[in-house]
Design a protein around this ligand. Structure first.
Ligand code: ADP
Ligand code: MG
Length: 729
């Protein structure tokens, strides 16, 4: 970077014409301290000819039933304030070359009186309608002041006008839309040429990106829509490029800083074990295994994510990896998200390994002191080969003798950060993370970009696709009949109610009420069990065990039943108030059934009118505006469950509905936030930025070559808070 030009850009905004110390202070409040910051204060919106229509045209649209939003540019003709029933009405009469139209506001109109004055020009946007007298009218429109000159230029030459977010901090120093526009525009004119390019020459060329100066100028004062799009693309690319740089650095640093162990299949242990299984591994399982084997053989530590839908058979894959570790005299750890699951894995493993000379131990928080002491001693003295527990395993005083492999089941609960903590414990064991929550491609390239990924994309043979229905609660009696009917052929059922939030007492009561009602009415011929939010995990587990042993035909649950519990004959799940559950929860719940070879059913219940409305509308993302998506989230969730079985498809929808931060807790992961790019939409750019960044890190992992000096400096300047994420100092 040229120090001289950089110094100029680092000056305070107060040196800019018509800013001065006072306004500089209010700019500072919204994070704009330097001239450079001001250059990167991008418009929040643009007015361009393609989004504008004349009053006469809009009049015609409305007559034809048009219901969207429009923008009109007009001159204020007259202003009127009067009472309208109990309300206050503020009306601005405007005109453009084609005719008149009104903008009206109700109540709280005081500030408007100082905004509009006769003869000024505005661009107004909103939903048009016709009054009963046939006047074109916009109710509560957004408005932007423009000059007559801008309006002329705009209409005659098609110039695009930028609008900047005018926050209240700026307004207090008498800045309006027009003066703000002028200030930014003169700053761009005067200073943009001092900017230095931040992307490598070769990347600019290969990806056909606009240079930084031209791009910045076109962001603020676009020569055309095409140039504006190219400029935006450049800044999105740049952002994604630097973020992928961080991801690449993290990946290479985690892998290359610490040496790992090389483990090979040495004996017939794995082969002998496979012979004892009553089934053959699926192709997906075999593929995952061969990838894991390759990683284990390499001296570089494995950092792999194993993704496979609920019931796809990840556990066996994990167990085999642990056998390979044993073959090389290393200990393995399996970390489960809950104690119930840890216990289930433990019992499962002991059963599967009973004919082999392998010792499995279970380490839980709630264990008897003496048991625990014994376990800890066994682990330390290398008497345990496989250790199963929860995350407490890494918080307590466990001394491993020879830890070679760590497997984390259902990782997202442990977070992205903890995973790296594990690796920095002085040793670098191989790490395999397993999840049933599919990670959409965009996230596997960003938040999870440092992991290698294996996917089990098929279910064991003989499984039939689960049938899912959305039904109104008026149908419940029929649903109960169905449960009774199916019991005759050995089916068990779950009936789920949402957890009563914030009140364990209420939750208990709700569970008991449902239980008693069903017990004496529709389901009186069956035996019912119950799980609710006030039970301890031990109590819940006992009930689950009884259910699995067929002591109950039906399990009523108000708390969400644990993930991963296997009940092969449970083939019906009824989810009441299903509109109150999130998508991934619904998917997890549905995964409780369909684990055997019988046809399984998932019945989502909501109130009658909602169910029939949702069943009769079909939502297609491609044609929905953000607004419509926002309004129909619940219906979209339910329809997604009815239409899709694959966790992958469901996760894609979930990502669109909720955004990445919410789903994966990226906010706590140290992962940078996106300013320009939207990873759910800019997937293609993301792929290209990733490939550009990884290419550079592959040949220059520490960014020490002279041609990459620029990147290094830009990273340090713009992402200093995230360098810890990338594991570089
Ligand atoms: P998840 O991927 O959800 O952890 P599990 O590993 O618990 O799934 O496997 C679910 C069930 O499927 C278990 O009972 C397991 O024994 C069985 N299973 C695993 N692999 C196969 C296979 N290849 N064929 C048939 N059944 C399998
Ligand atoms: Mg599992």
């Amino acid at each position: 970077m040229n120090t001289n030009t950089e110094n100029i850009l680092q000056q305070s905004t107060k040196f800019i014409k018509s800013i001065g110390p006072k306004r500089a202070e209010s700019f500072q409040k919204i994070g704009i301290a330097t001239i450079k910051d001001l250059l990167f204060f991008f418009p929040s919106r643009y007015l361009d000819r393609s989004t504008i229509a004349s009053a006469a045209k809009i009049y015609g649209y409305v007559l034809n039933g048009f219901e969207g939003e429009v923008t009109i540019i007009g001159k204020v003709e007259d202003i009127e304030k009067r009472r309208f029933g109990s309300k206050e009405l503020f009306k601005v009469k405007m005109r453009d070359a084609s005719g008149f139209f009104d903008c009206i506001w109700f109540n709280g109109t005081k500030y408007l009186q100082n905004v509009f004055s006769q003869g000024t020009y505005y661009a107004v946007s909103g939903k048009p309608a016709l009054t009963k007298y046939g006047h074109l009218q916009l109710v509560h429109p957004d408005f932007d002041r423009i000059t007559e000159d801008e309006s002329q230029k705009f209409l005659n030459t098609g110039k695009i006008i930028p609008f900047y977010r005018l926050s209240k901090e700026l307004r207090t120093t008498n800045l309006g839309d027009m003066s703000l526009r002028k200030i930014v525009s003169s700053a761009v004119e005067q200073y943009a040429d001092y900017l230095t390019e931040t992307l490598p020459e070769s990347t600019l060329k290969e990806d056909q990106l606009m240079g930084i100066i031209e791009a910045l100028k076109n962001i603020h004062s676009p020569e055309s829509r095409e140039k504006l799009d190219k400029a935006l693309k450049r800044f999105k690319f740049e952002e994604l490029f630097f973020i992928e740089m961080l991801v690449a650095l993290r990946k290479y640093n985690l892998r290359d800083l610490l040496p790992g162990f090389s483990m090979k299949v040495k004996s017939s242990l794995v082969r002998d074990f496979l012979k004892t299984l009553p089934f053959e591994l699926t192709k997906g399982q075999l593929n995952a295994l061969s990838e894991i084997r390759r990683d284990m053989e390499s001296i570089k530590p494995m950092n792999r994510l194993l993704q496979g839908d609920v019931g796809s058979g990840k556990t066996i894959v994990a167990l085999i990896a642990m056998l390979i570790a044993k073959d090389n005299a290393f200990q393995s750890v399996l970390m489960a998200p809950t104690e119930i699951l840890a216990d289930q894995h433990y019992k499962n493993f002991t059963r599967l390994l009973k004919d082999f000379d392998i010792s499995v131990s279970l380490l839980l928080g709630g264990q008897k002191k003496s048991d625990k002491r014994q376990n800890l001693q066994d682990i330390e003295q290398n008497k345990s080969d496989i250790i199963i527990g929860t995350h407490a395993l890494f918080e307590e005083n466990v001394t491993f003798n020879n830890l070679g492999l760590v497997i984390i089941d259902e990782q997202h609960r442990f977070g992205v950060v903890q995973r790296s903590k594990l690796v920095t414990k002085g040793v670098a064991p191989d790490v395999l993370v397993m999840t049933a929550t599919p990670i959409p491609r965009t996230l596997s390239m960003t938040v999870y970009g440092d992991l290698d990924i294996s996917i089990i994309n098929q279910m064991p043979k003989n499984r039939k696709p689960i049938k899912t229905f959305l039904r109104g609660d008026g149908m419940l009696p029929k649903i109960y009949d169905f449960i009774v009917e199916k019991k005759k052929v050995g089916y068990q059922s779950f009936i789920i109610y949402p957890l009563v939030k914030d009140s364990e007492k209420l939750d208990l009561k709700a569970a008991e009420t449902h239980f008693e009602e069903l017990n004496k009415s529709y389901l009186s011929s069956l035996s019912l069990g119950m799980v609710h939010g006030q039970m301890s995990w031990q109590e819940k587990e006992d009930v689950m065990k009884d259910f699995a042993n067929k002591k109950y035909d039906v399990l009523i649950a108000t708390s969400v039943i644990e993930v991963g519990i296997d009940v092969p004959d449970a083939n019906i799940i009824v989810i009441n108030n299903s509109d109150r559950f999130g998508l991934s929860q619904l998917h997890q719940l549905r995964g409780r059934v369909g684990r055997g070879d019988k046809q399984a059913y998932c019945i989502l219940v909501t109130d009658d009118s909602y169910a029939s409305k949702t069943n009769s509308t079909s939502f297609n993302f491609e044609y929905l505006s953000n607004d419509q998506i926002e309004k129909n989230k619940t219906a979209i969730r339910l329809q997604t469950m009815v239409n899709y079985l694959s966790g992958f498809d469901i996760a894609e929808v979930d990502l669109k509905l909720r955004g990445p931060g919410d789903i994966f807790g990226t906010k706590q992961s140290g992962f940078p936030e996106f300013k320009y790019a939207d990873i759910t939409k800019d997937t293609d750019l993301l792929i290209r930025a990733k490939s550009a960044a990884f290419k550079i890190i592959e040949y220059d992992p520490k960014l020490t070559l002279p041609e990459n000096k620029l990147i290094r400096e830009a990273l340090i300047e713009n992402y200093k808070d995230n360098l810890d994420y990338a594991k570089i100092a």
